[in-house]
Design a protein around this ligand. Sequence first.
Ligand code: MN
Length: 444
Amino acid sequence: MSTLNNSVYLRRREELFSLLGDGVALIPSGEEKIKSFDTGYPFRQDSNFNYLTGFDEPESLLVLCPNNKEGRTTLFLRPKDKVAEMWEGRRLGLDKAKEALGVDLVFSIHDLDKKLPELLQNHSKVFLDLFSNKPLVDKSLEHLRSLSGRKKSKIASPQKMVNLPPIIGMMRLKKDAEEISLIRKASAISSKAHKAAMAFTSPGKNEYEVQALMEYIFKKEGAQGSAYQSIVAGGNNANILHYINNNEVLNKEDLLLIDAGCEFGLYASDITRTFPVNGSFSRAQKDVYQIVLEAQKKAMEESKVGNTLTHNHDAATKVLVQGLMDLNVLEGSFQEHLEKQSFKDYWPHGTGHWLGLDVHDNSPYINEEKSDIAFEEGMVFTIEPGLYLPLDDQKVPQELRGIGIRIEDDVLITKNGHEVLTDDVPKEIEAVEEACQKNYRDFL
Ligand SMILES: [Mn+2]
């Protein structure tokens, strides 16, 4: 039924109960979305709902009431429906849900309006996603309004609404053993696809051919597909940070930047490699590549318990700015560039983000004291420095124009430092050139 053993979700819900006080939390499933007319996008479960239930159906709502005597965990879900199931697929149904998901109470989603007021009453606050689920907020407000209208009935109605995602986000920061094993699996599959892409790429192929090979490997290895839209960017296309057109022919003089990763058990991996289309780096490409690689290594060194993503970013930025000066892209004073951020044209993004159920995992970056969240064992994030030197930038020396490079790995904080989960994909210049000489069929 669910990806992991029920005890994992019970443990997570137990942790959340302890943060809710006498409140009640509403956590809706993901929704089916229309792609065009009557055809939908593939359904993808909501990350928080999955984190707390493992249940993979839409049209469901999890209600957590730590002080509800009849049961703390209530699930609304779709009832069995012979015709609908014949057309659209099997449903768990109410009868099996309790045991399959370890919840206390189950109701049909069609009875939500009838049952929700009962579940909301006699709590001081309601926890829910205030900013990205307007229908649920509206519905809750409607019920709260009618509850608070019944003043003489001695029913206490919640007076406060609290935004829930940051609270679950804090829980999701440190990955448990089950999550780490899913991220490991996602990383291994994505690593294989990147190695295959290096071996497969050659001048004259189209970007989408390389994309197709990688996404074939994602599926073939059991992943649900891409965790995010693959970026397969030849030459100057790499200087468009979110280039997803992936429809141009690869030139033999160019580099190919690939930012692609699969989703396994809903967990993401996120890898970027940049390698020469013809299998060997030119002098100019090597010069830029070495700087980005060095920046990544310096950021890696900072990745240990107690440090923060800002440590990583500052370490990478120093190397990249010095590099831009060495390449004669920037002139002037190193300190001034750092202070004025005048490198932003060529190094415009952050060095990393949390990674988990979402590729940019929906967890806070600062704590309640408004300072950076410090690394703890079990946290997972990316390290992805880059340099982008557009073809039409007159300030960039001629021979460097059109080069865009990013190197990205996924990192797990351990007791004594960190582990690079995507270390299997070559990134040293010689190793990359070697990987380009391999036969891609060996990865299929
Ligand atoms: Mn990333």
